[in-house]
Design a protein around this ligand. Structure first.
Ligand SMILES: Nc1ncnc2c1ncn2[C@@H]1O[C@H](COP(=O)(O)OP(=O)(O)OP(=O)(O)O)[C@@H](O)[C@H]1O
Ligand SMILES: [Mg+2]
Length: 328
């Protein structure tokens, strides 16, 4: 098995001379007039004068120029080192931990990369997130307060929808469409789907229930887009809707009657509405009125229902094969 030093030397020689990198840490320009509205963990939320939406900030690298070269070099080297190993890890946490140590080793044994001593941890995390996580938006995905994460193309801020503060801009920006496309490809690959010129739209679900929508040019004119809608850990119930006053007591009682049918006449119900208007949530909630002696079968384009039922059989439509046929 090749030694770490050899691999580093090899990666360095492939990179060529003169690509040494100096630090330009992802410190964001501070605007004096921004007012801090909230902060938790590494997150800071600002009111920016003249901007309707609040602004969400986390520590991120800028992924431009030399900083990008530094990160890509580190990823290259770390990938080479890790590819040669045969170890398997029981849990993803163990894998993360092992990778983290390896990346830190590489940074420590490669002074030519000129990673400043006080940023070693920062770059280790950046590389780790690229290798085993979702890269730049990894922290956004981990923030439970965010319901939706929206990448709308290169050179534009990533938008997020916060449970409390609604739609916000963030300081996360992809400068190169290829980086967005790479992330979309990675997500698609992980769940056995693909996106290309023939199939430029991806509508899928991650193993944890997160809903994924992605588009690539030429259908999305200003570059690739990716929207992640996170799965609610605690699904809404009819009581929540009543408390939120999004459904009246009378309508709730009527829909209960219609769904249950009292052994006599359960009704067909058609739920329709705009995107993210609450169709799936309403269906989920109504299913709790289905009597327990009923057998429930569901067919979905993208399996996302989370029904509070035990006798439940789920079907998901099959995407077409390579020849574009066989969709069922
Ligand atoms: N009655 C409600 N009150 C408050 N929030 C709601 C309500 N219904 C849905 N939501 C929230 O709105 C968001 C969108 O809901 P949902 O996924 O059910 O919409 P949808 O119409 O199925 O969307 P899509 O068209 O993308 O499938 C979710 O975050 C959900 O928790
Ligand atoms: Mg839905």
């Amino acid at each position: 098995m090749p030694k770490l030093e050899d691999l580093i030397a090899q990666a360095k020689s492939e990179k060529g001379e003169g690509e040494e990198v100096i630090k330009i840490i992802g410190e964001n320009k501070k605007h004096e007039d921004n007012v801090l509205v909230a902060s938790y963990g590494d997150v800071k939320i600002y009111k920016v004068p003249g901007q309707d939406l609040l602004h969400y900030e986390i520590p991120v690298p800028r992924y431009l120029g030399e900083e990008k070269i530094l990160i890509t070099s580190l990823i290259d080297i770390a990938t080479k080192v890790i590819e040669t190993e045969t170890e398997t890890y029981k849990t993803s946490q163990q894998r993360r931990f092992a990778y983290r140590n390896k990346i830190l080793d590489i940074i420590n044994s490669t002074p030519e990369l000129k990673v400043p001593p006080n940023s070693k941890e920062f770059y280790t995390d950046v590389v780790l997130k690229e290798m085993v996580g979702y890269g730049l938006i990894d922290d956004l995905i981990k923030d439970d307060n965010l319901e939706e994460i929206m990448i709308i193309g290169p050179g534009k801020p990533v938008y997020v929808f916060h449970r409390k503060y609604d739609m916000m801009t963030t300081n996360v920006v992809y400068y190169d469409d290829k980086d967005i496309k790479d992330l979309i490809d990675k997500i698609a690959r992980n769940i056995g789907r693909r996106i290309d010129i023939q199939n430029p739209l991806l509508d899928a679900r991650l193993p944890d229930g997160t809903r994924v929508n992605a588009t690539i040019p030429p259908v999305s004119v200003n570059g690739s887009t990716l929207t992640l809608r996170k799965f609610r850990e605690d699904p809404l119930t009819i009581i929540d809707l009543l408390n939120l006053k999004t459904m009246s007591l009378e309508i709730a009682a009527f829909l209960w009657l219609a769904t249950d049918g009292f052994g006599a006449k359960p009704a067909n119900i058609l739920i329709s509405g705009g995107t993210a208007s609450g169709k799936t949530s309403t269906l989920n909630i109504l299913s709790s009125f289905i009597p327990t002696n009923e057998r429930v079968l569901t067919v979905e384009d993208t399996a996302e229902l989370n029904l509070p039922l035990s006798h439940w059989i789920r079907f998901e439509t099959r995407p077409p094969g390579m020849e574009g046929v066989g969709e069922e």
